[in-house]
Design a protein around this ligand. Sequence first.
Ligand code: ADP
Ligand code: MG
Length: 236
Amino acid sequence: MITVSNVDKRYGDFQALTDVSLDIPTGSLTALLGPSGSGKSTLLRVIAGLERPDAGSVVLEDKDVTHVPPQERGVGFVFQHYAAFKHMSVRDNVAFGLKIRKRPKAEIEEKVDELLGVVGLAGYQKRYPSQLSGGQRQRMALARALAVEPKVLLLDEPFGALDAKVRAELRAWLRRLHEEVHVTTVLVTHDQEEAMDVTDRIAVMSDGRIEQVGPPRELYDRPETPFVMSFLGEVS
Ligand code: ADP
Ligand code: MG
């Protein structure tokens, strides 16, 4: 369970998050959905420890991590613009986190083989990132994030830069991946269809606040708040 409680975040005079509280159940795939500038990435970065909140707390699996550095939180992160090591093969990119943790060689080889299979890149392991398509690169980024067995996987518009057809394929693929690995996942997106298609729960954000949280169908069938109604209407 990820528990965010009463988080405020300011950049100078600008209030990016206001009194944000959110529970994310263990093993769920939750979307943070909202228009550009609503504070989705900021909230994700607060959960990851890449931004320190001005008020409030973040608890990961019963441990208060508000003052714990990102590398000690057990989170994996994938951004819109992939950050591959260009000079390393696909295999070495996926193995990187395990190597810097000095895991035994045999364990690394086994884990990397498994992950390359899971993300459908077994046949591409000797290639370099520049020889992959955009969708393949994001799958590699996911394998790399999963390699160190994070407790939490944080995805910030991971498919945002790809064209619609590839995005739809990767959505279906992410859904299957989640069913297989069951890692607690938070997906930031401004794409309502993506949130509806892929996730178990949606937290709708607007102006640095969480407006509504619930299963996709519930939000769609009974959009009680005027904001959610206009947002769902606007995007669909
Ligand atoms: P979203 O991901 O929903 O598009 P962000 O969390 O990136 O929104 O940003 C929320 C607001 O905070 C935006 O108005 C953005 O301009 C502002 N913001 C984000 N990061 C910074 C920063 N490092 N410095 C100043 N303002 C920022
Ligand atoms: Mg963002």
